[in-house]
Design a protein around this ligand. Structure first.
Ligand SMILES: NC(=O)c1ccc[n+]([C@@H]2O[C@H](COP(=O)([O-])OP(=O)(O)OC[C@H]3O[C@@H](n4cnc5c(N)ncnc54)[C@H](OP(=O)(O)O)[C@@H]3O)[C@@H](O)[C@H]2O)c1
Length: 342
């Protein structure tokens, strides 16, 4: 059966502030399926700040990238029958034609374009959308980053930036469970209160209204052992200047620069602090650890079952709500994992 699909595309180049006018829906007639292909219908579309970086490099008319959970609605591939649920990078699109045998190389691993939902979702009291959050890239990066990359140890002090975000709110809960002292920085007093009172962070501050150096004097008088840096820019500079000797910085992203490629944020005036305190800096690309995803999901599921962590989802209804949800996320309006239900 021929389908008409809707795809969110970039309407015009972004100069200055990103607005809903920069997005446009394109309607397309889908072609007939070839042997081996499937048609999927989007159910949940993941909203992620990295899309801002893709947009900065996109030309008008190009589709907006992103991950989604979808249901197979037509199939010419017996391994992917009608009704099967899949997760993959189909973008902000209502329907997609996919050859499920195709792969892409990410972090040195050959990763399928579409995959079945994690087995951990079977019989778990979690929504399917958890495949994009707690059991998806945010949860996996949080768990693998803490346990494999920075080898967090009980008694250490961790500072998390974008601490109420999709990944940040999980990093803090897992770090608490490992036995760390957890300090979060976020962009509103409401979100700071949420991560402290509901998620159990030891300290939480609003970096927009509170002085970072002053707050760290109180919350981390011995210095910061691990800095989970999702943001970059001046917030990072202030935190790095308050690290302990042999501190470790884990660079997961650079939110402050995604919309500002002309003057990307830089580490400034830090060389001496890094040298004298012998601080190490490491990046993390969660796909490099693709071989650990299943065991990490098992560990996350166990923590969830024991009620030691919860994945908070901010679910918005309707395909047309994608641009506004995305802009709200960048503006810090939402908290936890942002998902649009289609
Ligand atoms: N390395 C990897 O494998 C990997 C995997 C996934 C994601 N990432 C990266 O990890 C970081 C966190 O990703 P996420 O998906 O969890 O997103 P997120 O933290 O939920 O991002 C949205 C939040 O970022 C904060 N923010 C936005 N612009 C900011 C700015 N200019 N300065 C400071 N904060 C800003 C806002 O929170 P506030 O109100 O608190 O400022 C906003 O709510 C991103 O950099 C992402 O690209 C890395």
């Amino acid at each position: 059966m021929p389908y008409t699909r809707e795809v969110w595309t970039l309407a015009s180049r972004v100069k200055g502030e990103l607005t809903e006018e920069h997005f446009k829906i394109k309607e397309e007639e889908m072609r007939d399926l070839c042997k081996g292909e499937i048609v999927c219908r989007a159910l949940y579309i993941s909203v992620d700040p990295i899309t801002r970086l893709h947009i900065a490099y996109s030309e008008p008319g190009q589709p907006i990238l992103g991950r989604q959970i979808a249901r197979v609605v037509e199939s010419k591939n017996p391994d992917y029958p009608k009704g099967k649920l899949l997760i993959g990078s189909m973008g902000w699109s209502s329907y997609s034609t996919v050859d499920p045998t195709l792969t892409q190389v990410l972090g040195g691993h050959e990763v399928p374009l579409v995959e079945t939902l994690p087995r951990q979702l079977e019989n778990a009291s979690m929504p399917k959308s958890a495949a994009l959050g707690l059991l998806g890239v945010p949860g996996l990066t949080a768990y693998i980053g803490l346990t494999e990359v920075c080898k967090a140890r009980p008694g250490e002090t961790i500072v998390i930036s974008s601490a109420a975000g999709q990944m940040g709110h999980l990093v803090g809960q897992i770090a608490k469970e490992i036995g760390l002292r957890v300090i979060g920085y976020t962009g509103s007093s409401e979100k700071a209160s949420w991560i402290k009172t509901e998620l159990g962070f030891d300290w939480a501050f609003n970096y927009k209204t509170q002085d970072v150096a002053q707050t760290l004097k109180i919350a981390a008088p011995e210095g910061v052992d691990i800095f989970w840096d999702a943001v970059g820019g001046s917030l990072s500079t202030n935190i790095i200047n308050n690290m302990a000797i042999f501190g470790r910085i884990i660079l997961v992203g650079n939110l402050a620069s995604y919309g500002n490629l002309t003057s990307p944020s830089k580490l400034s005036m830090l060389d001496l602090a890094i040298t004298l305190k012998e601080i190490s800096i490491t990046g993390v690309n969660v796909y490099r650890y693709y071989h650990l995803w299943d065991s990490a999901r098992q560990a996350l599921l166990q923590l969830f079952k024991e009620e030691k962590i919860k994945g908070y989802e901010h679910v918005v209804e309707g395909f047309e709500a994608l641009p506004s949800s995305f802009i709200d996320q960048l503006d810090g309006v939402s908290q936890g994992k942002v998902i649009v239900r289609v």
